[in-house]
Design a protein around this ligand. Structure first.
Ligand code: E4P
Length: 220
């Protein structure tokens, strides 16, 4: 499983990239707004992320008709070869995905919650599909069960182009564990969750005792 970072924060991306574990980045309008992002700086911000990350960078469209989404997607894709256009799962989004993918532009179909949505996304030409886990949990439904169903269903078929499932809306390390065991191609995680995945109390305790014992050696 590859890790993508789910953030628009340049400092978080720089730090995670320095760990050597980040294969890509996913952004969305909420994440950009959280960074205090300005409309006029949006394209430059996406380009800056692409300069830091050697991998796909999802930039989301914010229009609702196929022609508008395609125009937005073409503008975003022209920013950098790493840009993947993130398109919401809806009929106009499917039409836009078909048009963009026919023009060689990779699409990440987002806000995907069900197996039929995922299969339709793949059929329309989406290169990546993002089933959301945490938002199901938020409404007392089982996001991981939906993720598992989506991975199994997508794996049953050939779509004539590569399709990777991105486990999205990840809230904690147990979501990461389950995504890996279910066979997600990619897990896109907030920086906080990436940090939580590295930490373990036994690692901390082990390091503490190794260093304490090394002090004895140094003083011998
Ligand atoms: C995925 O690409 C989305 O940006 C993200 O995972 C949404 O997560 P949230 O449900 O925590 O907002």
């Amino acid at each position: 499983m590859k890790f993508f970072l789910d953030t628009a924060s340049i400092s978080e991306i720089e730090e995670a990239v320095s760990w050597g574990v980040v294969s890509g980045v996913t952004t969305n309008p909420t994440l950009y707004a959280r960074e205090g992002g300005k409309l006029a700086e949006f394209h430059a911000h996406i380009k800056r992320i692409c300069d830091i990350v050697d991998g796909p960078v999802s930039a989301e469209t914010v229009t609702l008709t196929r022609d508008e989404i395609v125009a937005e997607g073409e503008t975003l894709a022209a920013l950098d070869p790493h840009v993947v256009v993130k398109v919401p799962t809806m009929p106009e989004g499917l039409a836009a995905t078909k048009a963009l993918s026919e023009r060689g532009i990779a699409v990440n179909m987002t806000l995907c919650f069900t197996v039929p949505q995922a299969i339709l996304a793949a059929r329309s030409g989406a290169r990546y599909i993002s089933p959301f886990v945490g938002r199901f949990d938020d409404i007392s439904e089982d996001g991981l069960e939906q993720l598992g169903n989506t991975i199994a269903a997508i794996g049953n078929y050939e779509f004539g182009h590569p399709v990777e499932v991105i486990a999205a809306s990840i809230r904690h390390p147990q979501h990461v564990v389950a995504s890996a065991l279910l066979g997600a191609d990619i897990c896109t995680v907030p920086f906080k969750v990436l940090g939580q995945c590295v930490k373990h109390p036994l690692t901390d305790r082990g390091l503490e005792s190794f260093l304490a014992d090394w002090e004895k050696v140094r003083n011998s």
